[in-house]
Structures are given as C-alpha cells and as structure tokens.
Design a protein around this ligand. Structure first.
Ligand SMILES: [Zn+2]
Length: 119
C-alpha cells in the first residue's frame, strides 16, 4: 500500500519511515520522537502522522487528535521519568508563535525546572 507523502515535509518523511529516527511512540494516528535541537534534558515531539500544517488548519472534527497527542505525551512523560517533577506541553503556531516546522506538533519538555513563566 503506497501512501502519498509530502516530500518537502521532514515530519511526513519521518512518519513514513523515510528518515531514520528513533520512534519513541506510535499508533495509527500519532508518532513521537526526540527533538534534534533539545531545549531541555527531555524534549520530545508528538505529532499526527497526517500532514496538518498547523493548529490553525485543524478542523473542529479533528480536535480529538489533540487529545490523542496529549495522551501520548502523558504516557511518554511517564516513561521518561518526568511525571513526578512535572513537564510542559507546548504547541506553537505561526512565525510569532515560534513554529519552525509547518506540520502540527506538540513539544513535551522536561527534565529541568522551566523558569520562564507563562501564567
Ligand atoms: Zn508533514
């Protein structure tokens, strides 16, 4: 079975198994792997297999995908040993939001005390 892959999207390439990366979690809809430019001792990315460019491209019917990503993130946080001290989940959107790859993804960050307070 061949699937269409967005060849100019690095995350689609990873999801399709065309770029060698250690996959830490995967199911039918979601995959997770380590950020190549970690901002903390633990920095994982959780994303949909399907190419959705950003949060702003997520239809209301697809919002359950975010719940699925959070579920995967929580599981990974546990296996990474982050659950006791705490961690942060972040989704960036757009230039000012700091989104670097145009494929919806969630950052799971932990392993040190995060000092920048968001509220
Ligand atoms: Zn993509």
């Amino acid at each position: 079975m061949s699937k269409k892959v967005e060849t100019d999207c690095i995350f689609c390439q990873i999801a399709a198994g065309r770029v060698a990366t250690e996959i830490l979690y995967q199911d039918e809809e979601v995959i997770a792997f380590r950020d190549i430019n970690p901002q903390a001792p633990a920095h994982l990315l959780i994303l949909p297999r399907r190419h959705i460019p950003s949060l702003a491209h997520l239809s209301e019917g697809e919002s359950s995908l975010i719940g699925r990503m959070v579920g995967a993130a929580n599981r990974l946080a546990k296996s990474e040993g982050l659950s006791e001290k705490g961690y942060r989940l972040v989704i960036n959107y757009g230039e000012w939001g700091g989104q670097l790859v145009t494929h919806l993804h969630m950052h799971l960050i932990g392993g040190r005390k995060l000092t920048d307070k968001l509220g």
